[in-house]
Design a protein around this ligand. Structure first.
Ligand SMILES: Nc1ncnc2c1ncn2[C@@H]1O[C@H](COP(=O)(O)OP(=O)(O)OP(=O)(O)O)[C@@H](O)[C@H]1O
Ligand SMILES: [Mg+2]
Length: 326
């Protein structure tokens, strides 16, 4: 497979999904609280990054894509943080709608003496209001006309309702664009009309209602989802076992991972969605894009903290360094 990573630059991707703030607090533990038998973490530094669909966007931008975003934020400082970060990445935020009735999803991790000791989430998962949905759908429909491809990153936070999904799919079909979904939840029927979905193994088992214990049950579950949703392309990500791509009436395409030191597997799914979409938008076949996504995710899990992969890293992993302009 010859891949020209330079082709990623200028690809235009619309990302609709649950935007979040990932907050990290690092500190030291010097004593136990006098108030309760708990550690006192003295916070030494903190960092805020884009999470959820925002992490998909970070991955796309790191590879040179031009991104537009659709989603919901609250009216407070966390919502502003999301907007500021998206703007700093050069993202078109026309579809990022502020709803003062909702908080911006924030996941806070506390890392004390290099140990992850606690995470707390501030969020609501209720469905967005009809008014917010209509605003987002209108902007997304407009932006999809200028996009090469649409990605939907559903983290189950109430944004990707059946109603919004229906409108996103209608926009994709109207403009003849592929739409790829990283799904959540038990009912995948709401994604009907999507071109491809990328559930992990656990999500596949839950949505299909089939326990996955081996190759056969995995294939059975994927086929069941194809039947249930009418979506004929499914990429099941299988953590350290890599991924398997299923397409109606063809043999599954399995791709393994390279043995490597793993530091942080969170966000691997976001990198898969981003690189798969970008690969297809750049003109590669789905199987080629699947292989690219697998390589990219393998790099990301080997990194501490930042969860994106650069063009140079991806090229190096594909042994393409000479083909890159330095
Ligand atoms: N331990 C690992 N070693 C190598 N590659 C890995 C490992 N874990 C994940 N990956 C890569 O990342 C891809 C996605 O991982 P996974 O199936 O865990 O997705 P996910 O559950 O959606 O991830 P997350 O929700 O944490 O972002 C895998 O298909 C594989 O390419
Ligand atoms: Mg995932």
């Amino acid at each position: 497979m010859t891949i020209d990573i330079k082709k990623f630059a200028g690809c235009r991707i619309l990302v609709a999904g649950d935007l979040m703030v990932d907050e990290y607090l690092w500190g030291d533990v010097e004593r136990i609280s006098p108030e309760a038998p708990v550690q006192i973490v003295s916070v030494a530094s903190e960092e805020h990054t884009l999470g959820g669909a925002g992490n998909v966007i970070s991955n796309l931008v790191a590879l040179g894509a031009k991104v537009s975003a659709a989603g919901v934020i609250g009216s407070g400082t966390n919502g502003e943080l999301v907007l500021t970060k998206l703007n700093a990445l050069g993202v078109n935020t026309q579809g990022v709608v502020q709803d003062p009735q909702r908080p911006t999803t924030r996941k806070t991790r506390i890392i004390a003496d290099h140990q992850h000791v606690l995470r707390f989430d501030r969020e609501v998962k209720t469905e967005i209001s009809r008014q917010t949905m209509n605003k987002i759908a209108r902007a997304a429909a407009e932006m999809s006309a200028d996009a090469d491809l649409i990605l939907v990153s559903d983290y189950g936070k109430g944004l990707i309702t059946k109603a919004l999904m229906t409108k996103l799919i209608a926009a994709a079909q109207k403009h003849n664009k592929l739409l790829i979904v990283d799904p959540k939840g038990l009912d995948f029927k709401k994604y009907a009309g999507a071109s491809l979905i990328t559930p992990n193994k656990k999500e596949t088992a839950l949505a299909a209602g089939i326990e996955i214990v081996d190759e056969d049950s995995l294939a059975k579950a994927a086929r069941r989802l194809i039947e249930k949703t009418g979506i004929d392309k499914i990429l099941v990500t299988c953590g350290k076992e890599g991924m398997v791509y299923f397409e109606q009436d063809t043999r599954p395409y399995r791709i393994g991972t390279k043995a490597r030191q793993v530091f942080d597997v969170s966000g691997a799914g976001d990198s898969v969605l981003a690189v798969l979409g970008l690969g297809i938008a750049a003109g590669y076949s789905i199987k080629e894009a699947v292989a690219l996504a697998n390589t990219a995710a393998g790099i990301v899990v080997g990194k501490v903290g930042t969860a994106t992969v650069s063009k140079t890293e991806l090229a190096a992993a594909l042994n393409l360094i000479p083909a890159l302009e330095r």
